[in-house]
Structure formats: structure tokens, C-alpha cells
Design a binder for this molecule. Sequence first.
Ligand SMILES: [Zn+2]
Length: 123
Amino acid sequence: MNTEVLQGACHCGRVRFEVRTAVEPASRCNCSLCRRKGALMTPSFPADDLKILDGREALTLYQFNTRVAKHYFCKHCGIYTFHQTRMDPRLWRVNIGCLEGVDPYTLSASVTDGASSSVVEGA
Ligand SMILES: [Zn+2]
């Protein structure tokens, strides 16, 4: 895993961030939320490696099921930018599609079995 510092933004550009992470192995998740948003995610990285540069007030938080994971979206353009993981709240992942200079369609991705790790059935 090669970590690098990458710039990221939501679609409307209100939310801007900088992250130190690898982009591979990229993954998708099959939980009920990720199945709907369809985003390719970076490997997880420690919270300190994500810096929100701008637009903190544009972010909105969505939680469901165990309400441990924190899924952040831009409330203006609706794009999921990053989330704090349920498996380990010290770890975060970002939406690879939000990163400058990275083409998510060139990465091969595995599927994380988030559906089976949900505590509540069907979440
Ligand atoms: Zn936005």
C-alpha cells in the first residue's frame, strides 16, 4: 500500500479536504447504504490523516443501524465524501471518486461484506 497526500472535494466544491491514504486495495461494500451509493472507497486510514480544509458546515451526517459509523455527505450536492468506519471508529475511508487525479474506473475493487457484519438484520 503506497500512501500519498491527495486532494479531494465534493461535486459542488464546498467541501474540500486533504487525505494521506493509499487508493488500493480499493473496495466497495455490500451493506444497505453502500449498495445504494455505489462508491469505491479507499483502504481505511487513521482519523489524523484526514484534514477538512473547507466546507465543514456543508457536511451532514447520516447514521443508521448500530449508529456507530458516521457517513458524511455534502448537503448541497449530495455527494458522499468520507465516513468513519463501524469496525474501528478510529479509522476512516474516503470516496475515491472525490479524489483529484485518481480514476476510480481503472482500479480493481473487492467487495467488503458490510451486510454480514451488520448487527441488525437487513441493514
Ligand atoms: Zn457539495
